[in-house]
Design a protein around this ligand. Sequence first.
Ligand SMILES: Cc1cc2nc3c(=O)[nH]c(=O)nc-3n(C[C@H](O)[C@H](O)[C@H](O)COP(=O)(O)OP(=O)(O)OC[C@H]3O[C@@H](n4cnc5c(N)ncnc54)[C@H](O)[C@@H]3O)c2cc1C
Length: 531
Amino acid sequence: MFDYVIVGAGSAGCVLANRLSADPSVRVCLLEAGPTDDFELIHTPGAFGFFMFSKKYDWSFDAKPDPTVRNGEPIFCPRGKTLGGSSSINGMVYTRGHRADYDDWAALGNPGWGYDDVLPYFRKAETNARGADAYHGGDGPLYVSDSELNYPISKVFIDAAREAGMPMSDDFNGEHYEGFGAYQFTIKDGRRCSAAVAYLHPAMKRPNLDVRTEAEVLRVEFDGRRATGVTFNHDGHIETVKTTREVILSAGAYGSPQLLMLSGVGAPDELGAHGIDVVHALPGVGKNLQEHFDAAVLVRSKNHGGITLSARGAWQMTAEGVKYYGAQLGKLRSSVTEAGGFLKTDPSLARPDVQMHSVPLLFDDSGRDLKLMMDDGYSCHVCCLRPRSRGTVSLASANPSSPPVIDHNYFADPYDLQVLVDGVRLARRILAAPAFDRYRIEEIHPGADKLSDEAIAQACKDRLGIVYHPVGTCKMGPDDRAVVDADLRVHGLESLRVIDASIMPTLVGANTNAPTIMIAEKAADMILAGR
Ligand SMILES: Cc1cc2nc3c(=O)[nH]c(=O)nc-3n(C[C@H](O)[C@H](O)[C@H](O)COP(=O)(O)OP(=O)(O)OC[C@H]3O[C@@H](n4cnc5c(N)ncnc54)[C@H](O)[C@@H]3O)c2cc1C
């Protein structure tokens, strides 16, 4: 029997476990399907690519295939499965989004979620290596540091953007969201600062916090409309934990709607099709999926000290391993996407509509196209920041171990594809700048001959990727498609909240780790205040 049972030790779950258990009289149970995070590569920032091949620490979902995208091959959807969740396998880029992204949430009927309301929680979470100011925190658990620009091509990207006349920014999370520059990262002293490292490990010894790993929650238990606990599978043993106050779902944008549906909360016809009894009809569960669709411009180049799988590249990476594990030096201290930014494809726009990530290698299919990586090269990835297409997460079956069906509904709104086409043109302007002259050999994708909108659009579809930012599947709001209210309580039920990336009504124009941590910080405050 616990006061709070939290499902999922990801970005949000770790924050909640820490904040709710800070009062020794409150008993908290945190259940995580994955194993512990005591695996060295999780903590090595440069080992990011390893997790695209791991089934132990990554749920490794595949999206529903679409014949018009990637020639019908499914898009890979990685998700962290360990303490820290996706923050233990992510790219560590620290961005928050545009002020208006949060003002949009408030305008959609969510009081208390405008930018001025959420900024204090971003600050509360953060210790920024540059020190505290009006935008940044100085004593929060999450450490945020400057890019070390360990890959020389990252600096070339920044110089090229300047030469191409792009606006520049030295702090995307401060006054100048718009612009190109070096990212900041959730990295401390060359080690990944996941939500588990920042929030959970410091709290693990508290006697009132019970953390269970390899505990996969199967369903929420109800007494009438009140959530009373959860049933989970631990090593083949089915157990139930009970709660006196609340069950909190923090299983992420795929896991939380899946669990609600498995528990009988969702669209009645969909639940009925799988033989699941309806506890509460809530048709919005699993709807409203949004993701950052991503296009790439790939350039074959002369050696620039980036990552390749050639014999030389393999030797260099071995040398980097020796440097890092010997003296904690070198490129493995860094994420691979050191530079990028937020740009407008049309100067008349009120806020940037694309984000760019520079990558010091030929990166496609989440880094799983190893053949492509045999060559020297670099990539500029560009994503549509506020997609208008809406997808779904639904059940494949009533069996909790079946992966959910992730249907992105790609380009249901043609706006998303047009933004990518315009973004590719913008990326090409940067890649054509003189700073790249000494490295560039040829653009291999889309290819120099792909100049028309139609040709670029087809190329975007052929190698479409995602930036791993699913949100919206348990959206917050007052409308009939909303799943939670502005206090993140599930509509129509008692003692049940969803607190994770799934509650975002609209996708923010940013990477989603910091926004998810902010959501959990704010929610913890609400819970502790008795709301
Ligand atoms: C490869 C990758 C790269 C990314 N790069 C960046 C980046 O550079 N910057 C950035 O800001 N964001 C990035 N993101 C996105 C960011 O990490 C996520 O938006 C954020 O971590 C989501 O937090 P969450 O709490 O909603 O879910 P998660 O962190 O995914 O946590 C959900 C947790 O719930 C657990 N769980 C799920 N189902 C169950 C169940 N039934 N029972 C028990 N436990 C369960 C999962 O194992 C997981 O630990 C990236 C994500 C990925 C996958």
